[in-house]
Design a binder for this molecule. Sequence first.
Ligand SMILES: [Zn+2]
Length: 238
Amino acid sequence: MAVQLSFADERVLAVMAHPDDAELLCAGTLARARADGATIGLCVLCRGDKGQPVTPVAELARQRRQETTEAAELLGAQTMYGDFADGELTDDYASRMRLVEIFRRFRPTLVIAHAANDYHADHRAASALAESASWFCSSRGHRTPSPPLETPPALWFCDALEMLGFEPTFYVDVSEYVDLKRRMLDCHRSQLQRSGDRDYTPLEHLLVRQAAARGSQAGSAAAEAFRQHQALLRTRAW
Ligand SMILES: [Zn+2]
C-alpha cells in the first residue's frame, strides 16, 4: 500500500504572480492539503491589470480581485494581495519586505512558489521574492510591523505552464481535485472571455491537459509537479 503524506498540520501559502496562476499550477495540491486539515493562503502579487486588452486597467484590477476572491472561496483559502502592477514586479528590497510582512501575518509552514526559470518575467520575479521572503521572514534583522517567524517555512517550486523547462522531483496526486481546479478557473471570467485574442491560450484545455500529462508521468489520473527548494533550514523530511 502506498504511503500517503499528510498536510494536516501545515499552513500552506501559495505565492503566485497573477490571479489565475494557482488554478493552473498548484490548486489541486492546495485543495488536497485543505482536505487533510491544513490552513490555506493564496497570495497574488500582481493585480492582473493588463491581462486583457479592452477593459481599463483600474476596472480590470477590481474585477480580477473579485474573481480571485470567488475562486479562493471555493478552495477555502484566505487571500492576500501584493498589489503590484502587471509587468512591474521586481526582486528589490521594498518588495521583499512587503512579502515578508505577508508571510509574518499568515505564518506559513510551507510556501509554494513559481519556478525560478519560469517563462514569464512576473513569475520569475515572484519566485525570487518568495525565495527571499522564505528566509528573511524569520530573520529579526529585517523589521516589518509583524514579528518574525520562529522557523522559516519549507519552500516548493511549482510547475510552469505547458510544463516548459520544468524538471519535477516529485508529484502530488490531484485526481480528486481536477473538477475543483476547473470550477476555480471558471471564476476568472475576464480571462476566459479572451479566447479570440491572438496571444491567448484557452486555459481550461491547458489545465486539463497538463494535469493529465503530469498524472501520466506519475502513475495517477492527474497530478501536479514540484521541486523542493534545497536550502539551509528550508529543506524538510516529509
Ligand atoms: Zn501568471
